[in-house]
Design a protein around this ligand. Sequence first.
Ligand SMILES: *Cc1c(COP(=O)(O)O)cnc(C)c1O
Length: 360
Amino acid sequence: MKRVFNFSAGPAVLPEEVLREAAAEMLDYRGTGMSVMEMSHRSSAFQTIIDEAEQDIRDLLGIPANYKVLFLQGGAHTQFAMVPMNLMRNRVADYILTGNWAKKAADEAAIFGKVNIVASSKEATYTYIPDLSDLPIDEDADYVYICQNNTIYGTTIKQLPNTKGKDLVSDVSSMFLSEPMDVTKYGLVYGGVQKNVGPAGVVIAIIREDLIRDDVLPGTPTMLKYKTHADAKSLYNTPPCYNIYMCGKVFKWLKAIGGLEVMKERNEKKAKLLYDFLDSSSLFKGTVRACDRSLMNVPFVTGDKDLDAKFVSEATAAGLVNLKGHRSVGGMRASLYNAMPYEGVKALVEFMENFEKENS
Ligand SMILES: *Cc1c(COP(=O)(O)O)cnc(C)c1O
């Protein structure tokens, strides 16, 4: 068996300890004689798994009692619709465009009501975060929407927008649990887990109780109401049991290493290693304004398409995989999620140093 360093933007690397534990429990989960995959979602064994998962993420983020934690399905894309269907009571919302995922969310919301684009960096291919301190927030806006870490472009919103009293909704898919987060600054935070938390198939939504209401947009299906899932404690229908179990293991892994402060320090250390190299390199360049750089997703280019392709293919042969950039940016992208070890980033930087020597 040989594990590679997997720099995929998602689905992405998981902690090896977690995978080993899951493997050991595959055939007989703690004396039940079956795998978690084979277990009823109404069993007491699974109830314990989901209860502990909820408690552990509450502990990690310090989630207050007036926020619900929901384990949902349908990916972040389903949230692009659920957010307006549940929150757009005046049928107006303000969106901040910092990349493709924010754009897709805004386009989906426009099916249901009026969408104001109150800030955008589209004109510069989303290579920076606009100033969000004084936006033309609509008086009637039901919420202000951001995508906090832009997976494709490699930017992070570090200063949350001044929403002028409106509820903030944030897609944190690609930075979920990478650092502490003050949940009380948001009305709703959600993330698909396949970037930083677990296997694809679960979206975790953290939502303030007063936003969970019956008076959603007319025609909203039962499965797309937050209230349905809040009332049923995420067991309205069969949830993705195995994936929730894996997320729970990742939460316990995070707690065991010391929580999100420690995780953040590790992530900063990894990102610094790569960014420092990019800043000193004569061949490779980061594509993002320095103050807006993401700790999670690091896009870079050589400026020469053929050389980029050569880099990606030689890196793959060296066990550094999934470094090809998103098709809308080109070049390369290294995703340095929680489970990417420091050694992986070190190996990448050493590889880049050698590649630079050989190709300049
Ligand atoms: C990956 C990603 C999405 C899309 O997630 P799906 O689960 O495929 O719907 C949305 N937002 C962000 C920030 C992402 O990184």
